[in-house]
Every structure is written in C-alpha cells, then in structure tokens.
Ligand binder design. Structure first.
Ligand SMILES: *Cc1c(COP(=O)(O)O)cnc(C)c1O
Length: 363
C-alpha cells in the first residue's frame, strides 16, 4: 500500500482535497438546513445564492468584462458542439462557420457543426499527427463568417495556442475544456469561451459558457430550448433543473482557487509543474515528447518511451507507487500526465523522480 495516490487522469480529473473535504463535511447538512445540497430545490434561495456566488467568483477571478454572460449548461463540452452553430450560425446569411482542426475534439466539434451550418475547416494539423497548432493567417478568415472555432488546449496531444488568432470582426469561439482558469486570458479577444467542467472545475456532464452579450438572440427557431443560450441567459441558467451538485462544486473550486492567489498565481505554478516534466523529457532520448516544444500545453504533458512496448511496464510500475491514470489516450498511446490546477507540485515531483529512476533501470 502506498500512502498517497496522485491522480493524473485527463477527466473526470482530481479535485482539490480541501474541496472534497468540505463536500464531505456538509454533505448531510448544508449550511444548517438539515438537508443536503442535492436535496433542495434548484429554485430555493440557498441554492440560487450558490449559483450567483459561482458566477460572481468566476467574474472576479477572470476579470471578465461586464458585457459577457456566465452560463451553466447541460451536456458537457460536446453538447456545445451542436449548440454553437444552432445559436450563432444565424448571425450571417451564409450560415458559414469556420473551424481549426488542431486535435481530436477540434475535429469532433467541426464534424458535429456540419449538421447545423455551412462548416469549413480552414486550418488543420492532422498531417502532423496534431503535434502542433496549425498555422493560421488572418487573411484566411472570411470576414463574413458567423464565427471561428478553435480548441485552445488539445487534451490528447498536449498542445495549446500560445497566441490567439486575430479574427477581425469574426467572433472567436474557444473550447477551453482542458485549461479554463489555468492561465490568464484576455476575454475581450473572444466571442464565446466554453468548457466541460470535469477537468479544471468539477463534476462531468455540465459546461460553463461565457458569451459576449451582443451574440445572443440569433438562435435558430428549431434550437431545442435547453440548447438555447439566449433562453438560458434569460432564466439565469435555471430553465429546467440544473445539476445542482455540479454548480455547488464549481463554487467551492472557485473559492479554493481564490485562496490559492487566483489565476496569476496558479498559472505560475502550472508553468513550474509542466517545466519539471518537460525537463526530464528533453533531457533524455529515453522519453519523446509528442507535442512540438513551441506549442506545448501546461495542462497535459504527453510523451512516449523510445523503446517500443516499454510503456506498459512504465504504467504498471507508476501505478504501483501511487501515480494513477497516466495512460495516454487510445488514439495517441504512450503516457499522458494531466496536471490540472488541483495537481500539487509534490505530485509532479514524484512523477519526475519516478521517470528519472525508471530511465536509470531500463534505459
Ligand atoms: C474532454 C474534452 C471534451 C469533451 O468533454 P465532454 O464533457 O465529455 O463532452 C471536449 N473538448 C475538450 C478540449 C476536452 O478536453
């Protein structure tokens, strides 16, 4: 038995320990009500206060400009792949929506959009096996398009956009599922930012959508009510019964993040954590980075072992010492260390040392 397990799972992922303890502590008795947070109405004033607090903490931490709305929606990130074209393609007569294919989820987003709009992929790194963010020239962006969609952090390959594209008057939409709140972002650059919660924020099955208010009001008539962001905004994310537990957990995670010093502080720590692992990878021929150094993620560190087949042993032995869920995605193979905000530096240190020792014994 090892005393401490570090969970490197890509999602659902680890949550901060103090958050888990708080949930446990007030599970049977929320704020002296004598009932659990998951047993009260989504319209009860105590729950609405939790939801309001989650929204205002998000605003405070991100410095979100006032003209952006914060929505909690159903169906995780991929439900938004359908909701985006339904809500925004109608902004322009051509119903043209542009996509950059920088990885697995980026491709799925584009594929889903095809059903609902005139979808066009304007850049792709498929030929490079997604080891980088594709080149994108601003001249390639049709100024009459409804939006341009990117995936800011590519969870499987461990790549990210360091600089976001200049899109002119075309709203930029970003799937930030695997990196929301991990680095400072200028939200003014975006029309919409969205994220499934299960990586940096809380339980699976829900998403946050941050939308600039002038983009609301264009949903197609056929848009299902629960995918309609304008309706969701009108109802303060309570059109129907929301996942009250998830909203409660987000609030706790945001409080925790504030206690850590906010996004600037966590970004610095995330830089430090990822640099520790990349140093081991770059310092040897035994490990091979999957992402090109110029586009590396600070959330998902993906690599392979140079010796074919040795990753099975690596993963087994890592698991035996309490380094859990390091297996790379089935499309990519190898090893992936997801080191989201809640992963402490100690977990990364332990993994880095394990990697060095494993190389000594097997290299
Ligand atoms: C995990 C992930 C998704 C899928 O999220 P679901 O909530 O399972 O739909 C989509 N996009 C990115 C970038 C992801 O990392």
């Amino acid at each position: 038995m090892v005393d401490k397990i570090y969970n490197f799972g890509a999602g659902p992922a680890m949550l901060p320990e103090p958050v888990m303890q708080q949930i446990q502590k007030e599970w049977l008795d929320f704020e002296g009500m004598g009932v659990s947070i998951i047993e009260i109405s989504h319209r009860a004033k105590e729950f609405v206060a939790v939801l309001d607090e989650a929204q205002s903490l998000f605003r405070e931490l991100t410095g979100l400009p006032d003209n952006y709305r914060v929505l909690f929606v159903h169906g995780g990130a991929r439900m938004q792949f359908s909701a985006l074209p339904l809500n925004f393609a109608g902004r322009v007569p051509s119903r043209k929506c542009l996509y950059v294919e920088s990885g697995n989820f980026a491709g799925l987003a584009a594929k889903e959009a095809k059903t609902f709009c005139d979808m066009e992929i304007i850049a792709s790194s498929a030929e490079a096996d997604y080891n980088c963010i594709p080149e994108l020239d601003s001249g390639q962006i049709d100024q009459d398009a409804a939006y341009l969609h990117i995936t800011s952090n590519n969870t499987l390959y461990g790549t990210r956009w360091n600089q976001f594209p200049e899109t002119g008057k075309v709203p930029l939409i970003a799937d930030m599922t695997s990196e929301l709140l991990s680095r400072q972002i200028d939200y003014n650059k975006f029309g919409v930012v969205y994220a499934g919660l299960q990586k940096n924020l809380g339980p699976s099955g829900m998403a946050m959508v941050i939308v600039r208010d002038d983009l609301l009001g264009y949903a197609e008539k056929k848009t299902p009510t629960l995918l309609n962001y304008t309706q969701c905004d009108k109802d303060n994310s309570l059109t129907n019964t929301t996942n009250t537990f998830a909203v409660y957990v987000i609030k706790l995670v945001l409080e925790w993040l504030k206690g850590q010093g906010g996004i600037a502080a966590i970004e610095q720590l995330n830089e430090q954590k990822s640099a520790r692992l990349y140093k081991v990878i770059d310092g040897s021929d035994f490990y091979r980075s999957i992402a090109q150094p110029k586009h590396r993620s600070i959330m998902n560190v993906s690599f392979k072992l140079a010796i074919e087949g040795l990753d099975v042993k690596f993963l087994e032995e890592a698991n035996d010492v309490g380094l859990y869920a390091l297996k790379g995605h089935r499309n990519v193979g190898g090893v992936r260390a997801s080191i989201y905000n809640p992963m402490p530096l100690a977990g990364v240190e332990k993994l880095a040392s394990f990697m060095e020792e494993f190389e000594c014994k097997n290299g």
